[in-house]
Design a protein. Structure first.
Length: 537
């Protein structure tokens, strides 16, 4: 009688365990029955930041810098020291830097929902099987042992791997102005000076802040070494945080260099993302190499309509393809693209960053989001849990066979095993390298969202009689107003969508097809939707 009650009590416990396991194993269910894993992107810290593309080939460096500004006022001065006289300036679209930032991501473990769902079910199955093993007779036990064998073969340990005017004149002695001009939102001048005082006087006379005590020693070193200075004045429309368009400059140098010393005198930390394009892999002591891969040029192919698709650059190892139209101005077939990044303290910026170029294997850093680290530990816990019910069943079997097994020892061993499992979970979470991330839907769902957005825009165009009688700039204003009124956000970053050639944003172009709404994928590849067809005469 006691035996039957005990067995009945066990089955009550079993029902509760199975119910709880399946209640907490809920996976995301999509309309087509598939799980689209959420994509995580590394998020820069909330401090002043710079992003730059440094292209180095045949002794010439092309440096493209984008800086974040946060402050009052509509004019900002910026002095950039260069080791040689710059030969070219140009306004650069922010789209390529944003494409690099989004596509050149480390391997981030984030969405383990599908794997955890499988482990929850396996753990429930093994728990259920262990209770059945205890309650059944020997012939059925053999069947359960065979089942357990195939289940454990399927379990594997988680990966814990871990255009310029002529030279302008100046009344200030000791300084030469080699060129002045307007490049986008910047007014620029290239300065060559003989003394620190001459440069300081010119800056003050032309509306720049004077050199501080901290600046003077650094600038004096630059003057002694024969460096040039680019004085850039930015004019913008509003106050607050903003990222003006990047500025490109080309100059000759023996080694690729990123001037950072003057930035260090500000006295605050700076987060730097540096994308180096060269014939070899780039490294630097101050910055972490996150991604490095060789890229090959893929020529665009024509389609049935005779239109040729744009060319792109394909990563050979990690398949992080770059399809932005500006990429061909910076990259070439066989180039090596390296992403270096890190948070620099003022004391770490007392020397400019000189990059070392060397042969190296393709590389991609491995990180975890906080959710990914938590779920990785949970996956280990579930794998350990899969063993415990089997141990219980073995102990029960040994007792039934008359073998001596101390119950207090077994109880302590099992309790210790459960507590050890939780401890392992906590330790894994603590040890894994975690970073802050922002997320978006998986690539398939992102494409679906993009097509839905395009469909709604086409309906909006139909409501405006296909924009009949409207010019391209008028259509651009209507489209911008439409997205603003609907509070449409970028499908990758979650920021407000804007007219810009960046991933998740759009541009309005006009060609032989008519007026086209062009969106950009994660890799900068264009995707076109005709919103005002060309009239056929």
């Amino acid at each position: 009688m006691h035996r039957k009650r005990s067995l009945g009590h066990s089955f009550v416990i079993l029902r509760v365990v199975v119910f709880c396991v399946f209640m907490f194993s809920g996976q995301e269910v999509c309309a087509d029955g598939k799980h689209f894993p959420e994509k995580a992107y590394k998020q820069a810290p909330a401090i002043p930041s710079q992003r730059a593309i440094l292209t180095y080939k045949d002794g010439v460096e092309k440096l493209t810098i984008e800086s974040a500004l946060d402050g009052k006022g509509r004019e900002f001065g910026w002095v950039i020291p260069l080791p040689a006289k710059p030969t070219e300036f140009e306004k650069t679209s922010p789209g390529l830097i944003k494409t690099f930032s989004l596509i050149l991501q480390p391997n981030i473990v984030h969405d383990l929902k599908e794997e955890l769902g499988t482990l929850w079910r396996i753990a429930a199955l093994i728990t259920f099987g262990s209770f059945i093993f205890v309650a059944t007779k020997p012939p059925l036990r053999i069947l359960w042992l065979v089942l357990f064998f195939f289940i454990f073969v399927g379990l594997s340990a988680p990966h814990l791997g871990i255009r310029w005017t002529d030279a302008a004149s100046t009344d200030i002695p000791g300084i030469r102005v080699h060129g002045v001009g307007q490049v986008g939102s910047y007014e620029l001048a290239v300065l060559e000076t003989e003394t620190l005082q001459a440069l300081d006087a010119w800056l003050g006379e032309n509306g720049f802040a004077g050199l501080s005590k901290e600046d003077e020693k650094i600038v004096s070193d630059y003057v002694q070494d024969g460096w040039y200075f680019v004085a850039a004045k930015l004019r913008r429309e509003g106050d607050g945080y903003g990222r003006p368009h990047p500025l490109s400059m080309s100059f000759a140098c023996d080694k690729p260099v990123y001037p950072i010393r003057l930035t260090g005198t500000v006295g605050s930390n700076v987060y730097l993302e540096l994308y180096v394009i060269a014939d070899k892999q780039a490294t630097c002591e101050l910055l972490t190499l996150e991604v490095s891969d060789a890229y090959r040029l893929r020529k665009g192919k024509g389609d049935f309509s005779g239109r040729v698709a744009p060319s792109d650059f394909a990563g050979k190892t990690y398949r992080q393809n770059v399809g932005h139209s500006d990429a061909a101005e910076f990259m070439w077939d066989g180039c090596i693209l390296s992403k270096l990044c890190g948070k620099l303290k003022p004391e770490q910026m007392d020397e400019d960053i000189t990059l070392q170029l060397r042969k190296g294997e393709p590389f991609r850093e491995h990180y975890y989001s906080r959710r990914g680290a938590r779920d990785t530990g949970l996956a280990v816990f579930l794998r350990i849990w899969c063993v415990l019910p089997v141990l219980l069943a073995v102990v029960y079997h040994l007792e039934k066979k008359g073998l001596s097994v101390r119950r207090d020892f077994v109880k302590k061993a099992l309790i210790s095993s459960v507590l050890l499992s939780f401890l392992v979970w906590a330790l894994i979470y603590a040890v894994l390298p975690k970073i802050d991330v922002h997320t978006s839907s998986g690539s398939k769902r992102t494409r679906i969202k993009q097509h839905i957005m395009a469909s709604k825009l086409l309906i909006f165009a139909e409501g405006h009689n296909d924009f009949a009688g409207n010019r391209k700039d008028e259509i651009a204003e209507l489209v911008a107003g439409y997205f603003e009124s609907n509070e449409t956000t970028n499908i990758y970053t979650g920021e407000p969508i804007r007219h810009e050639d960046s991933p998740g944003d759009y541009t309005i172009i006009e060609d032989d097809r008519g007026v086209v709404w062009r969106t950009y994928s994660q890799g900068g590849h264009p995707d076109d939707y005709v919103i005002k067809p060309a009239r056929e005469d």
